[in-house]
Design a protein around this ligand. Structure first.
Ligand code: PRP
Ligand code: ZN
Length: 297
């Protein structure tokens, strides 16, 4: 394969992952000039380009080396590994991205009895995920018929082409609209950054390393809050004990008030009103919770 000196990332052209994926890349400092056909986007600042494709095509593009990385649902990646992806090297989930959360579940008509996987013995199950469903059934030792459909899986029971379905569930709205109930979860999914198990070590390697570092910062800060407060030295221990997670707080003197300290703490995750009220009771005042925009350790 001819080497490229620019990184190429594949992502969904239009769908639930498109906007949040572009947002993550933007927060990593990557912006793109969209081309006329909107399939290939040239990276402006950094040598990183985008290929906008159907999500199901992403694992194959990585395996063939057409793209170095892809932003894709874990469901698509795992299905590929179980079915199509047999000739090339296995793909790796390099980072979970925390958006596009959904689950791959088995759902049955409201009136159908269901206890566990064995309730599906001898039934026909419609799905677009024959690999994942087949493996789940095999692991459970259940003999059922997998009916592979490209789409509109949820109407199969009503059409009489299947007895149950195995499909993605996000809000659950599609199931309710089709009088189906979710009975078992096969896979918890979210968008992930996928790539080959061995990443290139040529010129692209440096950019990859930089991208991973920025991405780790972006993932970390999207969950981080900076907590600022004032406390007296006497209450410091009580206040510090209540601080939610994260590294040691930084203490700063307050000019003209030798007994007072300004405390600054990075918190991993949300800080709730209840937590703030407790910390205040322990003697803190002038409290602020700020979102963190960038972080470089
Ligand atoms: C998925 C899935 C369901 C729906 C579930 O389809 O196939 O139809 O989402 O979401 P809900 O629980 O919020 O109703 P999607 O819209 O992603 O389209 P696709 O499967 O055809 O790509
Ligand atoms: Zn899809």
């Amino acid at each position: 394969m001819k080497t490229r000196d620019r990184l190429r990332i594949a992502m969904q052209k239009s769908g639930r992952l498109t906007e949040p994926a572009l947002d993550v890349l933007k927060r990593c400092g990557l912006t793109f000039r969209q081309s006329r056909d909107k399939l290939f986007c040239f990276g402006e600042g950094e040598p990183v380009d985008l290929l906008l494709v159907r999500d199901d095509d992403i694992p194959g593009l990585i395996e063939q080396g057409v793209c170095d990385l892809g932003i894709v649902g874990r469901n698509v990646l795992d299905e590929f590994s179980l079915t199509t992806g047999v000739d090339g090297a296995p793909l790796k989930e390099w980072r979970p991205l925390g958006f596009g959360r959904c689950r791959l579940s088995v759902a049955v008509p409201q009136e159908m009895a269901y206890e566990n996987a064995t309730s599906l013995a001898g039934q026909r199950i419609a799905t677009s995920y024959p690999g994942l469903l087949g493996k789940w059934l095999r692991d459970a030792g259940v003999d059922a018929q997998v009916v592979t459909l490209a789409g509109s899986v949820e109407i199969a029971p009503k059409l009489g082409t299947a007895d149950a379905i195995c499909d993605l569930v996000q809000s659950g709205g599609t199931l309710v609209a089709n009088q189906l109930r979710e009975v078992d979860v096969l896979l918890e999914s979210e968008a992930v950054l996928a790539g080959p198990a061995t990443l290139p070590t040529d010129e692209r390697g440096d950019m990859l390393e930089l991208l991973f570092k920025r991405l780790d910062g972006v993932i970390q800060v999207s969950e981080s809050r900076l907590l600022l407060l004032q406390t007296s030295r006497g209450n410091l221990e009580a206040v510090t004990r209540l601080l939610p997670g994260g590294p040691q707080p930084t203490l700063l003197p307050v000019a003209g008030q030798p007994d007072q300290l300004m405390l600054q703490a990075l918190c991993a995750g949300e800080v709730s009103w209840r937590q703030l009220e407790e910390i205040k009771k322990a003697g803190a005042r002038e409290m602020f919770v700020l979102p963190v925009e960038k972080m470089l350790a």
